[in-house]
Design a protein around this ligand. Structure first.
Ligand code: FES
Length: 150
C-alpha cells in the first residue's frame, strides 16, 4: 500500500484539488475518508469541500473496488438498449447496489458512461475488458466465471 504522504507530496494549494484526488484514486483505487483528510491538511481545504467535490464527479469512487469489477455502461446507446434492466439484474445477482462490493470483497459493481463500444450496446466492462451485446444469460455466465476464478 502506498504512503498517502508520498502520493500527495507535490500538492500544496486548493487549485491542486482535482489532480490530487485523481492521483489518490489511482494509487489506492478509491478515495477513503482518511486519505481525503490527509489531503485536507496538506492543501488547506476543508474536508467537507473535498468530500463535496469527490461526490459530485462520477469519476471519483468513495468505496474500494472488489477483486473483480463489473462496470455497466449507462451511456445513451446502452441506455436505448435497456442497460437499466442489465444493471438491475446485476444488482440482484450480486445482491448489492451499483457502487457497492460483495461482502466477500470479490466483486464490485459500478455504472459508467460510454465505454466506446456503442455499436455493441448494451456493453459492460469487466476488469478492463469490454463485453458487448450483453443479455441476461451472458451476464450470468460472466458472473459465474468470475466467481470460479476467485
Ligand atoms: S453508450 Fe455504452 S458503450 Fe457507448
Amino acid at each position: 500500500m502506498p504512503d498517502i504522504n508520498n502520493v500527495i507530496a507535490k500538492y500544496s494549494s486548493a487549485s491542486d484539488l482535482i489532480p490530487a484526488l485523481q492521483e489518490i484514486q489511482e494509487a489506492f483505487g478509491y478515495l477513503s475518508e482518511e486519505n481525503m483528510e490527509a489531503l485536507s491538511h496538506k492543501i488547506k481545504v476543508p474536508l467537507a469541500q473535498i468530500s463535496g467535490v469527490a461526490t459530485f464527479y462520477s469519476m471519483f469512487r468513495l468505496k474500494p473496488l472488489g477483486k473483480h469489477n463489473i462496470a455497466i455502461c449507462r451511456g445513451t446507446a446502452c441506455h436505448v438498449h435497456d442497460s437499466e434492466t442489465l444493471l438491475k439484474s446485476a444488482e440482484k445477482k450480486l445482491n448489492i447496489k451499483a457502487g457497492e462490493i460483495t461482502s466477500d470483497g470479490m466483486i464490485s459493481l459500478t455504472s459508467v458512461n460510454c465505454i466506446g463500444a456503442c455499436a455493441k450496446a448494451p456493453a459492460i466492462m469487466v476488469d478492463g475488458k469490454v463485453y458487448g451485446n450483453l443479455d441476461d444469460k451472458k451476464l450470468t455466465k460472466i458472473i459465474e466465471d468470475l466467481r470460479k476464478q476467485g
